[in-house]
Design a protein around this ligand. Structure first.
Ligand SMILES: *[C@@H]1O[C@H](CO)[C@@H](O)[C@H](O)[C@H]1NC(C)=O
Ligand SMILES: *[C@@H]1O[C@H](CO)[C@@H](O)[C@H](O)[C@H]1NC(C)=O
Ligand SMILES: *[C@@H]1O[C@H](CO)[C@@H](O)[C@H](O)[C@H]1NC(C)=O
Length: 232
């Protein structure tokens, strides 16, 4: 009992140190206005939770007067696996998707926006309420879906290059969803993370999960790991 208490205290302390270090090392990204300078190319190729190999994935982003525009590119794709019977705001994350998590401000988010797109150009968009900031057991984990995304100006355009093993989605997210007035995006700060799931007919329902700023567990909903962004 005593021994295990010491061990778990040491483990907890080690976890805190590891997390504090991860926190210090979080990426900081300057996001330009679209058309002003080249958007940053954020790439990742690490799997959760052990940072093993993962297919190369890339995110580019820039802001306009009223939108945040992304180009999400999945390289080294072999299966292009989706369920053709799934539509908007269904569980497309059970198959292959690329995902954007984002929130305005500098703090580790409690409430944030989640956007997903699959190789069939189907999207899921929802706000997430996650007060433990890591989906801790016994704490709330709620969703507020965006039921009419196309009328709101959310959207994706998706192209598959099967021989080249690439799929790409151009994604547009209105900044008004985050209380940014038209033309007022410059100078705003954000927290974001990016993810991809990989599966196939053979693997399903198992998945490989990749993250741009990888959390310490195989879960995308760990907000202290979201990177820092500034619109410049
Ligand atoms: C992954 O994709 C990149 C970009 O297309 C390519 O250069 C690389 O050779 C690919 N790697 C594998 C293992 O297929
Ligand atoms: C695809 O989704 C439909 C509807 O949710 C489900 O009935 C079906 O079993 C799924 N197919 C596969 C291959 O997972
Ligand atoms: C994909 O869906 C969007 C709406 O999000 C639509 O505007 C577009 O035409 C669709 N098709 C392709 C090929 O991306």
């Amino acid at each position: 009992m005593y021994r295990s208490a010491i061990v778990s205290f040491a483990a907890a302390a080690a976890t805190l140190v590891a997390r504090a270090n991860a926190h210090d090392a979080l990426p900081h990204v300057a996001v330009p206005a679209c058309g002003c300078s080249l958007p940053p190319k954020l790439s990742y190729s690490k799997a959760l939770p052990n940072l093993g190999e993962f297919p190369l994935t890339q995110v580019e982003l820039c802001y306009s007067d009223s939108t945040l525009d992304f180009t999400l590119t999945a390289f080294n794709e072999t299966s292009f696996f989706f369920n053709a019977s799934q539509g908007t705001n269904t569980f497309i994350f059970e198959y292959e998707v690329m995902e954007i998590f984002m929130s305005r401000g500098a703090a580790d988010p409690i409430t944030y926006f989640e956007f997903e797109v699959n190789p069939n150009n189907v999207t899921l968009q929802t706000f997430v309420y996650n007060p433990s900031k890591r989906r801790a057991p016994g704490t709330p984990f709620d969703h507020f879906a965006v039921p009419d995304p196309f009328a709101d100006g959310l959207g994706a355009t998706t192209e598959l290059d099967r021989p080249g093993h690439v799929w790409e989605s151009k994604v547009r997210i209105p900044l008004g969803l985050f209380n940014v007035d038209n033309g007022e995006a410059k100078g705003t700060t954000w927290r974001m993370n990016f993810f991809r799931t990989v599966t196939s007919l053979q693997m399903f329902p198992n998945q490989a999960m990749g993250a741009w700023s990888p959390p310490d567990v195989a879960d995308f909903h760990v907000t202290p790991y979201f990177g820092h962004f500034k619109f410049v």
